[in-house]
Design a protein around this ligand. Sequence first.
Ligand SMILES: [Cu+2]
Length: 175
Amino acid sequence: MSSAQTGTSRFRRSALLGAVVATALGGGAILAACGTGGGTGGGANAQGGASTGPARLSVADSYIPLPPAGGMAAGYLTVRNDGGQDQLLKVTSPAAESVTMHRSTASTMEQVDSLDVPAHGALQLARGGNHLMIMGWQKAPSLGDELELDLTFAKSGTISVKVPVKELTYRPGQS
Ligand SMILES: [Cu+2]
């Protein structure tokens, strides 16, 4: 977990967090709990029979909306699964100090320790839903950059993807 960052730097970031994410996600009121919590991952998807067998994962539609002035960014992608159930346990990046997983609920969002990848289904990280929060850039990202994210799964190990930086308003399916 994020042992390297404690105390004052973390505190200062959370002051910035509201404004930046409000811009990125297009709504401010839901952000009060962003960055707090933890330990509540998994659970929601406990189906029985279909979850056996090896997972067969692929990552698609990944992008990072350009963060203002190198500030905190969101990250979105889809993990497709043609096999048995798996879990996303951790995301890191050589380009950033901290990547956390967040889950959106009806009225708020919270940091989680894992996200389920259902058998023969997909884990979607998308605007308004589950997402990644990326902060502490080594170098401020620019449009067109491709940033590495390393996704670690319970059964499938680590999958590295190159994620393009897109305009703030980009949505998958646009060119
Ligand atoms: Cu969040």
